[in-house]
Write a protein that binds this ligand. Structure first.
Ligand code: SF4
Length: 300
């Protein structure tokens, strides 16, 4: 199973690797671990011209393994990072609110009539916050609202939403059993994909929703949702069929985090129904983890 750090941290690490590459720094070397499995000492990076860079670190083995995984372009690459990347996020208004309904309400109030990214002035009718059971064991995350969702203020209510409902039903669940949200809460114009700056501005609110609901499992619907949640740029063929550990920064230490799976977006399945069988395999993986008995009939 792949262990995923918080998306913001992962994005920061990816940015740092990119930055190093842009500076012409590719080769990094690390020194040995101590008995506690923690790396202490210096990590060195070497540019093509032979110039050496060093930074003091205190990182766990899994954190270093993650950095190796991120550096797909070159082998044995470990980025230099400063420890302040690991600083805890500031407390949010909902922190300490035990009732998830009230906590979600605080997040919604904090979002307000949001103008934080350009989507607010590109034709949205309303913000589509999220819907469902605030204590759900299973959470679905899509890309962003479409025209129907924008009109009704509820995620996944159009044709794709009907297919998602069928998928949930096929799992032996009801829509009201799960929680459903999107990476961005305002409709991108012309149903285009949300852009990176829009996702990065909006997703902290989604992270807070996830940290409040504390699902046991999550399903990213489509490549855009998966790539943003996991901060991984990989094709669906690589993203699907495996579990990722997922836990937003600053969430309840008593919550172990969610297991995240990736499947196709229902809108894609409407365009290519031949992939429904593959999506069903993904959902069966989720059902097995949640201990849901396979129903007699699969999604149609
Ligand atoms: S997409 Fe998110 S960040 Fe952008 S305006 Fe809408 S609610 Fe605000």
């Amino acid at each position: 199973m792949v262990r995923i750090l918080d998306p913001q941290l992962r994005r920061a690490l990816a940015d740092r690797v990119r930055y190093c590459h842009e500076m012409g720094i590719y080769d990094f070397y690390r020194r040995d671990f101590n008995e506690g499995g923690r790396f202490s000492g210096s990590t060195e990076a070497k540019s093509p011209t032979g110039e050496m860079f060093a930074a003091s670190l205190s990182l766990s083995r899994s954190e270093l393994e993650l950095r190796e995984e991120m550096a797909a372009r070159r082998s044995a690459v470990v980025p230099i990072i400063e420890e302040n990347i690991f600083e805890a996020v500031s407390p949010q208004p909902e922190y300490g609110v035990a009732d998830p309904v009230a906590a979600l309400q605080r997040i919604r109030e904090d979002l307000g009539d949001c103008t934080r990214c350009k989507l607010h002035r590109l034709g949205r009718k309303q913000i589509v916050f999220g819907v469902g059971n605030p204590g759900a064991e299973l959470m679905f995350v899509g890309e962003g609202p479409g025209a129907d969702e924008d009109a009704q203020g509820v995620p996944f209510v159009g044709r794709a939403g009907q297919l998602l409902n069928n998928m949930i039903k096929a799992m032996g669940l009801r829509r009201e059993d799960v929680y459903i949200a999107n990476i961005v809460k305002c409709r991108p114009p012309g149903n285009r994909q949300p852009e990176r700056d829009e996702c990065e501005t909006c997703s902290p609110f989604l992270m807070r929703q996830i940290a409040t609901v504390k699902p046991k499992a999550m399903v990213a619907l489509g490549a855009t949702a998966a790539k943003n949640l996991l901060a991984m740029d990989a094709p669906m063929s690589e993203l699907r069929g495996r579990w990722y550990d997922f836990k937003p920064a600053g969430s309840d230490p008593a919550w172990p985090g969610a297991r995240l799976a990736v499947t196709y977006h229902p809108a894609f399945l409407l365009r290519d129904p031949r992939q429904k069988g593959e999506a069903w395999k993904d959902l069966q993986m989720v059902m097995k983890y949640l201990g849901i008995a396979p129903p007699r009939k699969a999604a149609e």
